[in-house]
Design a protein around this ligand. Structure first.
Ligand code: PLP
Length: 376
């Protein structure tokens, strides 16, 4: 068994888990929605235990110690210096995407993004009465890349905001400094705000890669950027609803705060407790998780071609983006084979499925075996 029990099979049924309730009593292994079947780090469980013992869960403001921990993490990990005031706490990153649309655009304006993409990138603008322009990512040199000409063509005169996902869900890319600079230059040229969803920044699986927050490229880019981060993916606490926006520019921050006023609730007290433990006390667990996920990733990357399916190398996230275009309705096909995957159509790309490999290896191997048998 691995050090932190990542191999342990834990029954999640009866916990109202969205991932596990999807298929009820059916014998379907759920490898879809993006949470992991691992217990949160012991330091988080312990901190929550102490907080629960206190027994009073009144209105709670963001602890200064937590904001300082985030600011220190940004400097230590990415060399990015921001003031404490730049950090705004939010009960969810999807709320952050919607708020970014409201803070930067007027009704009838346009938001640009690159597909395939996590579905709320496509729905958030629509919720605010905005249109969406999509630039397709392309597969080149065995990886998914931006087509910068297509991206520029997607920018309309009424475009005001670019929604960036880095590391990218679902294609698993970690954009390098050169790619980020080209995106930033286009946003400057066309005067677009940037909202950069970096929720997967703690899940880089290849040692030599580094995450670069687009806002850290320069003070000029930082001024037009809302960065969204959270401990939820890395430390497997998405049900605790704790995330944050980093908005160094005071006037953009004021616009974002105004969009929040009266409709965005506080983060819950347990979320703050978990986040502080995550950023302060979980570095060893985090290293072990990355090691475990990288091995799961390797298993998926070995198995998928043997099935006659294709995927690019996953540089970050615990999500594999699988090309199954020769199968009619692949999500339904694999569901019938006993494996629940996310349907690529929801990400703007028919014929693909997304497989979540954040689970014990034996479960992953069983799911891959089911997929293999169904395709035989
Ligand atoms: C890119 C991305 N952004 C946001 C979220 C969800 O964030 P939250 O649960 O904080 O709303 C996810 C979850 O899968 C995601 O992959």
């Amino acid at each position: 068994m691995s050090d932190h029990g990542f191999d342990e099979i834990i029954d999640r049924r009866g916990t109202s888990s969205i991932k596990w309730d999807q298929y009820g009593e059916k014998d379907i292994l759920p490898l879809w929605v993006a949470d992991m079947d691992f217990r949160a780090p012991p330091a988080i469980v312990e901190a929550l235990g102490h907080r629960i013992e206190h027994g009073i869960f009144g209105y709670t403001h963001p602890p200064d110690e937590l904001t300082r921990a985030v600011v220190s993490m940004l400097e230590a990990e990415y060399g990015w210096q921001v003031e404490n005031a730049a950090v705004l706490w939010l009960p969810g990153l999807v709320a952050g995407l919607n708020l970014a649309c409201r803070a930067t655009c007027e009704k009838g304006e346009n938001v640009v993004t690159a597909v395939p993409i996590y579905p709320p990138f496509l729905s958030a603008p629509v919720h605010s009465g905005l249109s969406v322009s999509q630039a397709a990512l392309v597969q080149q040199n065995g990886r998914w890349e931006y087509d910068f000409e297509a991206l520029e063509r997607a920018i309309l005169p009424q475009s005001r905001l670019f929604l960036l996902c880095n590391p990218h869900n679902p294609v698993g890319r970690v954009l390098d400094e050169d790619e980020l600079s080209k995106i930033a230059q286009l946003c400057e040229k066309h005067d677009l705000f940037i909202c950069s969803d970096e929720i997967h920044c703690g899940l880089l699986l290849d040692g030599e890669k580094r995450h670069v927050p687009i806002a850290s490229l320069s003070r000029k880019i930082e001024k037009r950027t809302i960065t969204l981060m959270a401990p939820s993916k890395t430390f497997n606490i998405p049900g605790l609803s704790v995330s944050f926006a980093i908005i160094p520019d005071p006037s953009l921050r004021q616009r974002f705060s105004r969009a929040m006023a009266g409709i965005v609730p506080h983060v819950n007290a347990l979320g703050y407790t978990a986040a502080l433990a995550a950023y302060r006390d979980c570095s060893k667990w985090h290293l072990d998780l990355i090691d475990y996920l990288a091995k799961n990733r390797d298993l998926v990357e070995q198995s998928i071609p043997q099935m006659g399916l294709a995927m690019a190398h996953v540089e970050a996230t615990y999500l594999a983006w699988i090309d199954a275009r020769h199968i009619e309705n692949p999500a339904l096909f694999f569901e019938k084979a006993g494996v629940g995957l996310s349907d690529g159509a929801d990400f703007g790309c028919h014929g693909f499925v997304r497989l979540n490999f954040g689970c014990p290896r034996s479960r992953l191997a069983a799911a891959l075996q089911r997929m293999k048998s169904a395709l035989r």
